[in-house]
Write a new protein. Structure first.
Length: 144
């Protein structure tokens, strides 16, 4: 049996988006960011990890979960493939982080991702710096 859940998350770019982090990618509900937030690609997100819909939360907390995230901005798309984990707590109120590593904390929504902020095409990042709306389609699939 295949179980699947999906959420659409809206946020936007910010003039200080650098997208230079080599191992993580993040969106936040916060409205501002500093240059230290080099993994943050979107601000003013609809919700953080804690407020993800129940069905998504349930599937994410499975070691067999496959996560497909599509980032869309200014007519461009970036695909992120990652995994879920039974170690997820999903309890951070403002942030969601995709990680290339297997590290887990309350902000982590995906591990073993195939890209990080630094991997995002610079034209996409340029649009984010201009404040372009960013839409994430977050799909979680578990095959039992």
């Amino acid at each position: 049996m295949i179980r699947e859940a999906r959420a659409i998350i809206h946020c936007k770019g910010h003039p200080l988006v650098t997208a230079n982090h080599p191992s993580t990618l993040e969106i936040t509900c916060d409205r501002d960011l500093s240059l230290r937030g080099d993994c943050i690609i979107g601000v003013s997100a609809d919700y953080g990890a804690r407020d993800l819909p129940g069905e998504i939360r349930s599937l994410l907390c499975n070691d067999d979960a496959r996560i497909h995230t599509t980032l869309s901005c200014d007519g461009m798309t970036v695909e992120v493939q990652a995994r879920g984990s039974s170690a997820f707590t999903l309890d951070h109120p403002t942030d969601m982080v995709w990680r290339k590593s297997g590290y887990v904390c309350g902000r982590t929504v995906a591990i073993h991702a195939d890209i990080a902020a630094r991997s995002i095409p610079r034209e996409f990042v340029k649009s984010l710096r201009e404040g372009c709306p960013l839409i994430l389609v977050f799909r979680v699939i578990v095959e039992d």
